[in-house]
Design a protein around this ligand. Structure first.
Ligand SMILES: NC(=O)c1ccc[n+]([C@@H]2O[C@H](COP(=O)([O-])OP(=O)(O)OC[C@H]3O[C@@H](n4cnc5c(N)ncnc54)[C@H](OP(=O)(O)O)[C@@H]3O)[C@@H](O)[C@H]2O)c1
Length: 272
């Protein structure tokens, strides 16, 4: 990753995951972090509590918007007013679900600066460098800005570029929200293990270890998921018994389809 200057606005669950992932990466960017609570004792990071405290000599290449959509316009307005001409070559990179590039660029324009916008949908495994992000660049972004954002996200995981902004709806439902589905599976496996006599600690180790191992196989082996599933499933064995429940049309196939559709619908609502 080139030595990039980032202003990270909002350092909560997702912004914090990105910050920790970048700090652990081989060549961390220089960062000014705007957040009311986060502290960070690192030579690459300057913490500020309000937009008017951006250091005078700091001109960001990228402003990462990791606040909630409801406060985004206020944050953009105050940063735009503080930075003024220092935004000349900068771009916004929004990681917010919903808000469109056009609406975010319009907020900057209203505050007196033209500033192109890219949108990414990363996920929280970015905190350990194991994220996966979708990235979309509005047509007015330069190649350099798109490459910088791609490199930033690559430093904390895999990056999938999409050519249409609406594709971020599916990215959000699948990958942005996706870690929560896996964590829920871990919770349910733990509970089921305990219901069948395992201690809480044993059930926790087995559930986590199984998801970790299966995740590594999916990531590291060339086989598709169906092949890997079939290799576990002995004819008439225990796995076949379990899958005969899970794979019934009204069980996991319908539940997953309904869940992803609900997430896509909510992302559409957030986009307004
Ligand atoms: N969580 C995820 O897994 C995830 C994944 C992908 C995308 N996202 C997106 O990321 C965005 C943030 O989500 P989150 O889950 O990280 O929420 P969050 O934990 O609430 O983080 C938002 C952060 O922004 C700060 N903030 C609020 N107003 C601010 C202001 N005026 N200036 C500076 N900082 C301000 C908040 O501080 P206070 O606590 O003081 O308000 C908080 O630290 C959302 O738009 C969401 O769609 C989240």
């Amino acid at each position: 990753m080139p030595s990039t200057s980032i202003l990270l606005a909002g350092c909560g669950k997702l912004g914090g995951a990105l910050l920790d992932g970048w700090l652990a990466s081989p060549n961390p960017p220089r960062m000014v972090v705007l957040d009311r609570h986060r502290n960070c004792d690192n030579e690459n990071v300057t913490i500020i509590r309000s937009a008017d405290s951006v250091p005078d000599d700091f001109a960001p290449d990228i402003i990462v918007l990791a606040v909630k959509p409801a406060v985004a316009d206020d944050v953009i307005t105050s940063l735009t007013q503080t930075l003024g001409q220092r935004l000349e070559n900068a771009a916004f990179l929004s990681v917010m679900a919903g808000r469109t590039c056009a609406s975010l660029s319009a907020a900057a324009q209203k505050a007196g600066q033209k500033c192109p916008t890219l949108r990414a949908m990363p996920n929280t495994p970015s905190t350990i460098g194991a994220g996966v992000s979708g990235l979309y660049a509005a047509p007015d972004c330069t190649e350099t800005q798109t490459r910088l954002c791609h490199d930033l996200l690559s430093a904390v995981g895999d990056v999938v570029e999409v050519s249409e902004e609406k594709d971020l709806l599916g990215v959000t439902a699948l990958a942005g929200s996706g870690p929560a589905y896996v964590f829920l599976l871990a919770e349910l496996l733990e509970k089921a293990g305990q219901a069948h006599g395992l201690s809480a600690e044993t059930a926790r180790r087995l559930a986590r270890g199984t998801i970790y191992g299966a995740g590594r196989m999916l990531n590291e082996l060339p086989d598709d998921a169906e092949t890997l599933r079939k290799a576990v499933t002995s004819p008439n064995g225990t796995t076949a018994a379990a899958l005969s429940e899970l794979m019934q049309e009204e069980a996991w196939p319908r539940a997953v389809d309904k869940a992803i559709s609900a997430a896509v619908r909510r992302a559409e609502e957030l986009a307004g």
